[in-house]
Design a protein around this ligand. Structure first.
Ligand code: ADP
Ligand code: MG
Length: 339
């Protein structure tokens, strides 16, 4: 009983933290899915819509999680190179993963074996011997996922896939679809770093979306306030999952070229202006791997994308379109606008 009371108190506390950002007449539903706390805030009266969002996010998790027996991804990975027929949604995301290899090769959904080797899937987190990394690199790469017929996929060379780099973004897309259909005038969905907004605040102003203060639980580094940057604000941060060995930090985002966790001076990347959540999610991971210069070059050639980069030496670099839109809130950081 005490345990239940404690759990409830903790839940209410978390609820009040999230709800603190929402207008009084809005209600926030919090649930745990995809290994993170998720929240959906809608005007009072749309509680059923919030429930539908929760159900859909959990449904997507049960399709895409590499750890849930019965999911599409689990089945593909367990098939030992045999063909597995997957749902349209899984096939579409995997096809996106394949096409991303043209021009966005830093984003590779074929790194399961490498993430596992480094202990990021619940194993022992430690730096593996370099021969082990070289060996595992041969069992990586989405290019080894082959569609043989329709939605039937097989994996070559012992490769396994992990759609964790797009799953939450895709779930955010689906959440927005449900919300739009419900007729709700506004909403905020937060799936652990993947924020999607719909409409304007009750007072007619754009939502203010916070960029998290690195390594803090709920501190805010800065705030973006704009109605013109699309619906998706996605952050990839090295502090999300990392371990320290011999004074060096190793994060869960892996450079597909080397098999090592990314270590390029970036602490986080927030992507704005992408046309879809799953794409914003993939871009945030890819930009993190590319590093500041590579990502800025990509943004220059893309049109419409904006980003906030946080570096290890406490610089916040924003792209031009965020001038006057991003406000720094935390002390000890300086903002620069990229050329
Ligand atoms: P989070 O899961 O914390 O939101 P990201 O959205 O940045 O993190 O995605 C990183 C996840 O994607 C990792 O947890 C791992 O499952 C997978 N991943 C790691 N490195 C890459 C990469 N280079 N390309 C694609 N997916 C990756
Ligand atoms: Mg992500």
């Amino acid at each position: 009983m005490r345990k239940i009371t404690l759990l409830f108190v903790t839940f209410c506390l978390i609820l009040s933290i999230f709800a603190g950002c929402a207008p009084k007449e809005d209600v926030t539903r919090i649930f745990f899915a995809m290994d993170t706390y998720c929240s959906v805030t809608l005007p009072a009266g749309y509680e059923k819509t919030a429930l539908e969002v929760e159900k859909r996010v959990k449904e997507i998790e049960s399709l895409l999680s590499p750890f849930l027996p019965g999911s599409d991804v689990y089945k593909i990975n367990a098939a030992n190179g045999g063909g597995v027929t997957v749902s349209d949604e899984t096939a579409e995301l995997l096809r996106f993963g394949l096409t991303a290899q043209n021009g966005l090769s830093e984003f590779d959904v074929g790194l399961y074996n490498m993430s596992e080797l480094w202990g990021f899937y619940g194993g022992v987190q430690a730096v593996p011997p370099s021969e082990k990394i070289a060996e595992t690199l041969l069992k990586c790469g989405v290019k080894n996922a082959v569609f043989t017929d329709g939605n039937t996929v097989k994996l070559l060379c012992g490769v396994k896939i992990d759609l964790g780099g797009v799953a939450k973004g895709y779930a955010a897309d689906e959440a927005l679809e449900i919300i739009k259909k419900s007729g709700a005038p506004r909403a905020i969905v937060n799936l652990g770093g993947n924020v999607a907004t719909w409409g304007l605040k009750a007072n007619g102003k754009p939502f203010r979306v916070g960029v998290r203060l690195p390594y803090s639980q709920d501190g805010v580094l800065g705030v973006v306030e704009s109605a013109d940057l699309g619906n998706h604000f996605v952050t990839a941060g090295r502090y999300e999952r990392c371990f320290v060995e011999n004074g060096r930090e190793y994060c869960h985002i892996i450079d597909p070229k080397t098999g090592y966790p990314v270590d390029n001076g970036l602490v986080s990347v927030t992507v704005l202006g992408a046309p879809a959540g799953y794409f914003a999610d993939a871009l945030s991971t890819a930009f993190f791997v590319m590093g500041l210069d590579g990502a800025l070059e990509y943004i220059k050639n893309s049109g419409g994308l904006e980003a906030v980069f946080v570096t290890e030496d406490n610089k916040v670099i924003i792209t031009k379109g965020l001038e006057g839109v991003f406000t720094l809130k935390a002390e000890g950081y300086t903002t620069e606008v990229s050329d």
